[in-house]
Write a protein that binds this ligand. Structure first.
Ligand SMILES: [Zn+2]
Length: 329
C-alpha cells in the first residue's frame, strides 16, 4: 500500500480528504489517482512518503506515477509510512490582508503549518497585526512591524511610533526596505524611512525583513553601514554578486512559491546554501491565478526540495532551524 499525502485545492473540488491510501504497490497509474480524488492532477501537489524521507512529485502530467519519482525505481518503496507533515513555518505573510483570517489559519494548520510570521506594511496594517496576536488561533502567530517602501504616502510618523511602542510584542522589524522598480518611487524618502527602521532594529536587536526589489545593493550597503546583525532579503531575485556579499555577511534570503516560474529567484535560491534560506509565501500575493495563503508554504518547500535535490523533510528541518536562528522563537 502506498500512502500519499495530498495537497491540492481541497475546497475548490469539494474534497476534504487530505490523506488517501492507494491499494497498489509500486506502480500506480495517474488514472487511479484521478479516480480517487476526482480532480485534474495539474492542480495538485503530491508528495510521496518513503520511510523517513518525503519526496516531491516533480511532474504531474505523466501516465506512469512511478516515473514521477525516478529516484525510487531502484529502491524498495513498500515500507511506506504516513509521515504527518507538521511544524511548517511561513516566515512572511501579510496576515492583515486576509478577510477571513480564522478560516485561513485553520486551513494552514490542517496543512501542517505551526508558525506564521505576520509582517506589517504601514500604520494600519501594523495596528491590525497587534490586534491579531491578542486572539487565540490553532497555530502560533508572531508579528513583525514595519513600513513598506511602497506605502509611504501617509502616516509614516505614526507607523514608526507604533513599531517602537510595541517593540516587546514583535519578533522583527519589517517589511521595510527600498523598491526602485515601484512606479514613481521617491528614493530619498524610501532611504530615510528605511534607515529609521534599521536604527530601531539595531537599537532593540531585532532581525529585519527587507524588501529590496531593484535596490539590492543599496539595501545591502545601508544595512552594512548601520552594522545590522540579522537581515533577511525577502523573495530575493537580485544579482549573484550581491547575493555573495549577503551570504558572506551572514544574512538570509527567503524563497517564495515564485520558485516555480521566476528564473532570477530560482538562480539566487540555487546559489545560496540551504542553511541561509528561509521559506515563506508573501501571501496573499497571487502566483497561480488565486491569492496565496500560508498553507502554500508547502509549494515553496516542494520547489526548494527539487532545486536543491534534497528530500522535503530535510528541507523542512534545515529551514525551520534557520527560522529559529533568525527570529529566535
Ligand atoms: Zn511582503
Amino acid at each position: 500500500m502506498i500512502n500519499i499525502r495530498f495537497y491540492g485545492e481541497l475546497k475548490k473540488y469539494n474534497n476534504n480528504i487530505p490523506f488517501a491510501s492507494l491499494k497498489k504497490e509500486k506502480k500506480i497509474m495517474i488514472s487511479d489517482i484521478m479516480n480517487i480524488f476526482k480532480i485534474p492532477l495539474k492542480e495538485c501537489h503530491l508528495i510521496l512518503l518513503n520511510g523517513d524521507s518525503v519526496y516531491p512529485a516533480i511532474e504531474l502530467n505523466d501516465n506512469d506515477f512511478v516515473s514521477f519519482f525516478p529516484k525510487f525505481k531502484n529502491i524498495d518503496i513498500s515500507p511506506i509510512q504516513i509521515l504527518n507533515l507538521s511544524g511548517l513555518i511561513d516566515t512572511h505573510s501579510h496576515l492583515d490582508e486576509f478577510e477571513n483570517i480564522s478560516e485561513t489559519l485553520k486551513i494552514a494548520k490542517e496543512f501542517g503549518v505551526d508558525k506564521i510570521v505576520g509582517v506589517g506594511s504601514d500604520y494600519n496594517s501594523n495596528l491590525k497585526l497587534i490586534d491579531l496576536i491578542k486572539k487565540d488561533f490553532p497555530l502560533k502567530i508572531f508579528i513583525a512591524l514595519g513600513i513598506h517602501p511602497n506605502n509611504l504616502n501617509k502616516d509614516i510618523e505614526k507607523g514608526i511610533e507604533i513599531i517602537k511602542e510595541n517593540i516587546d510584542k514583535i519578533i522583527g522589524i519589517g517589511e521595510c526596505g527600498l523598491d526602485y522598480k515601484y512606479k514613481g518611487f521617491n528614493k530619498d524618502l524610501q532611504k530615510d524611512v528605511f534607515s529609521r527602521q534599521i536604527e530601531i532594529a539595531r537599537e532593540y536587536k531585532k532581525p529585519i525583513i527587507v524588501h529590496s526589489r531593484g535596490a539590492w545593493e543599496d539595501c545591502f550597503d545601508m544595512l552594512s553601514s548601520f552594522d545590522v546583525e540579522k537581515a533577511n532579503f525577502h523573495w530575493f531575485s537580485g544579482d549573484i554578486d550581491i547575493l555573495k556579499r549577503i551570504i558572506d555577511r551572514g544574512f538570509f534570503i527567503s524563497a517564495t512559491p515564485a520558485l516555480k516560474f521566476s528564473k532570477p529567484h530560482k538562480d539566487a535560491i540555487k546559489f545560496a546554501p540551504l542553511e541561509r534560506i528561509l521559506v515563506e509565501t508573501d501571501s496573499p500575493v497571487k502566483y497561480f491565478e488565486r491569492p496565496s495563503e500560508p498553507k502554500d508554504v508547502i509549494i515553496t518547500i516542494k520547489h526548494l526540495s527539487i532545486l536543491k535535490d534534497e528530500p522535503v523533510d530535510k528541507v523542512i528541518e534545515i529551514t525551520n532551524k534557520n527560522a529559529k536562528e533568525f527570529f529566535g522563537f
